[in-house]
Design a protein around this ligand. Structure first.
Ligand SMILES: O=C(O)C1=C[C@@H](OP(=O)(O)O)[C@@H](O)[C@H](O)C1
Ligand SMILES: C=C(OP(=O)(O)O)C(=O)O
Length: 451
């Protein structure tokens, strides 16, 4: 539990859409006045990669508006293009010509970078066709689990050969189409296994029933998948008291759709308002979104912030006295755990976050990594198997290591918006989901020096 994976920056996993690639570190210093602004946010990573893959498999040509342009979506577009899908990107719009589920280019190597969504969504999408592909990713992606998904695909007809470790990338996938039938799948380590099978399920020879074993972490992402499938013309039905989903054979129909902004990225900016007693309004988003990180707003309200919900915007106004002294189970929206860890430093009582053991399998072991970094600031933390407790304190100056994890970098930067002397290494790792993060902070008055 005490070992920390000090992953070195892996530049190969960054894409042409990455910025700051030549920078070693970033110094973050407080703004002279409370942070205020009305901003827009890039598109959701989760929605972008789902929409790209469904559009690629669809009948007809889709138009996706508001795509995210970051490493995770770059590798998705790059791989689909390598596989013969025609995709034109013009600013934040992608035009995608669907292949009706028939892959034409085989025998190629596909590189998924550090993107969990591609590593978990592409194998199923490929397994519906016929052909052989080699899949690999970043060093960290080679350590992130895939076995439940790959075992399910194997039981439906795929043949998988592992280069090194069974259940992990890199691997060779021999696709023979997917049979239908009943398949059991556990989502207790990652909800992406279930989304990955769902995305492919309509292209199986017979109906597929996915029986979910045990509880699913972050289940709203499965709902996001089902919602996007409905948008592409594929319905699904739940049975067994919500533990099984049935998908019948059919094809996605090309769509013209607008994607929501990324609520996980919004979280850093709302937290910035909360911390600096400022005001941040994000346009183009509403509180009825299915993206689970919207729950952060309820917690910010409990902590003393004022939340203004418009039809097409959400505004957070901060407070001079952030309230702590509570315990939260964050299993359902764990991408914000690191944001809350940082807010907790400046609250008036300790905050304990539990139910998030699965984030040890994300871009780094996020529980070990955040505890390690906050201790460098002399902040008291207790590490638990499934979470951590952060105690309020005055952070001392330090250089922090984001462990090559975009969310570590984006959350740790918020400490610098409050106190002097904070810097973090490897600033370009933010490009996994927000390639212009440092410019965005700078525009809002936070002092950013890229070195
Ligand atoms: O399906 C998705 O788009 C995601 C699912 C979640 O992952 P896990 O279910 O693997 O925790 C989330 O953390 C990730 O950022 C995006
Ligand atoms: C867990 C995350 O990403 P991935 O899609 O790689 O799992 C994340 O963005 O916090």
């Amino acid at each position: 539990m005490n070992t920390v994976n000090q992953h070195e920056p892996e530049k190969e996993a960054q894409s042409p859409w990455s910025n700051y690639i030549d920078k070693q570190a970033v110094r973050i210093s407080p703004s002279a006045s409370p942070v205020q602004g009305t901003i827009t946010m890039p598109g959701s990573k989760s929605l972008t990669n789902r929409a790209l893959i469904m559009a690629a498999l669809a009948v007809g040509t889709s138009r996706l508006e508001g795509i995210l342009k970051s490493d995770d979506s770059y590798w998705c577009i790059h791989n689909l293009t390598q596989l013969g899908i025609k995709i034109q990107v013009d600013r934040e719009i992608a035009i995608v010509e669907g292949n009706r589920g028939e892959w034409t280019l085989q025998g190629i190597e596909l590189y998924v970078g550090a993107a969990g969504t591609i590593a978990r969504f592409l194998p199923g999408a490929l397994a519906i066709g016929r052909g052989v592909w080699h899949l690999k990713g970043s060093n960290r992606m080679h350590e992130r689990p895939l076995a439940p998904l790959l075992d399910a695909l194997t039981s439906l007809g795929a043949v998988i050969q592992y280069d090194a470790n069974s259940g992990f990338l890199p691997l060779t996938l021999h696709a023979n189409g997917l049979m239908g039938g009943l398949v059991s799948l556990a989502g207790s380590v990652s909800s992406q296994f279930i989304s990955g099978l769902l995305l492919a399920a309509p292209y199986a020879e017979e109906a597929i029933t996915i029986k979910m074993e045990g509880s699913i972490v972050q289940p709203d992402y499965v709902e996001l998948t089902l919602e996007m499938m409905r948008a592409f013309g594929v319905p699904s039905s739940w049975s067994d008291n919500g533990s099984s989903i049935l998908i019948r054979p059919q094809k996605y129909k090309a769509q013209n759709i607008k994607l929501e902004p990324d609520v996980s990225t919004c979280g850093y900016f709302w937290a910035l308002a909360a911390l600096t007693n400022g005001r941040i309004r994000v346009d183009g988003i509403h509180s009825k979104t299915r993206q689970p990180d919207i729950e952060l707003l309820n917690v910010l309200e409990v902590m003393g912030c004022t939340i203004n919900l418009g039809e097409n915007y959400i505004e957070v106004c901060g407070t001079s006295n952030l309230k702590g002294g509570f315990t939260l189970n964050m299993q359902r929206w764990s991408d914000q755990a690191l944001t809350l860890a940082v807010l907790a430093i400046f609250a008036d009582g300790p905050i304990t976050l539990l139910g998030i053991e699965h984030i040890r399998h994300h871009e780094c072991d996020r529980i070990a990594a955040i505890c390690n970094e906050l201790r460098k600031l002399s902040i008291q933390v207790d590490e638990h198997m499934d979470g951590f407790t952060v105690y309020p304190g005055l952070p001392k100056a330090a250089q922090l290591n984001p462990h090559d994890d975009h969310r570590m970098a984006m959350a740790l930067a918020l400490i610098g918006s409050k106190v002097a002397g904070i810097s973090t290494l490897n600033p370009s790792c933010v490009s996994k989901t927000c390639s212009d993060y440092w410019d965005r902070l700078s525009t809002l008055g936070v002092v950013i020096e890229l070195i």
